[in-house]
Design a binder for this molecule. Sequence first.
Ligand SMILES: CC(C)(COP(=O)(O)OP(=O)(O)OC[C@H]1O[C@@H](n2cnc3c(N)ncnc32)[C@H](O)[C@@H]1OP(=O)(O)O)[C@@H](O)C(=O)NCCC(=O)NCCS
Length: 190
Amino acid sequence: MIRGDKVLLRPIEETDYPLLHRWMNHPEVWHYMDYERPFSMEDIKEDVELARREGEPFIICVGDRPVGRIGLNRFRGRDRTCGIYMFIGEPAFWGQGFARDAVLALLSYAFERMDLHQVELWALGDNDRAVAMYRRCGFVEEARLRERSFNQGGWVDHIVMSVNREEFLKARASSRDANREPDRGDRTSR
Ligand SMILES: CC(C)(COP(=O)(O)OP(=O)(O)OC[C@H]1O[C@@H](n2cnc3c(N)ncnc32)[C@H](O)[C@@H]1OP(=O)(O)O)[C@@H](O)C(=O)NCCC(=O)NCCS
């Protein structure tokens, strides 16, 4: 279990497969995750087993309610790097800072518990919401790879981003400052 300020990350269980099936076939999740074809239940099982073999997959929960998936993958031991991926599968939960909190919580785990040096990802070039959220978590845009996906009838660029420990620590501190209630002194001085 990994605790954020707003979300909890827990291991994936077999009872999550129907939810994952619905989420991963949701048109917007499906498009932005750049999946190649629709998922059957069997595909979901294989995908989770692969994610477990190659990394650490988690369900994102708000209270008891599962709302999305996040994970680390592509570990490179010598270089102390890995990749990160995520989605919020319940559109009603978008825009409330749950993705940012989940990413910051998993980055705390990656940098402070696993002692990694850098975490990387790529997003589709038209995914402004995800890129804005990753920037707020400290990720820096490194490159734009031209026309790397043929997605729903058109070519789409990839945006490559990465974050190192110092960038993450700064982003987490400013996220905590922004979430903090003004104290009594702040209120009375206005
Ligand atoms: C991208 C996604 C993870 C964001 O989840 P979320 O919980 O809404 O994210 P947050 O609320 O933490 O942050 C969203 C940020 O994007 C901003 N935003 C929203 N719509 C935007 C837009 N059209 N353009 C730019 N920024 C936008 C919000 O203002 C917010 O920034 P702020 O915290 O500075 O206000 C979610 O929409 C999702 O799962 N989408 C489908 C799958 C996906 O894209 N996964 C990522 C693949 S790389």
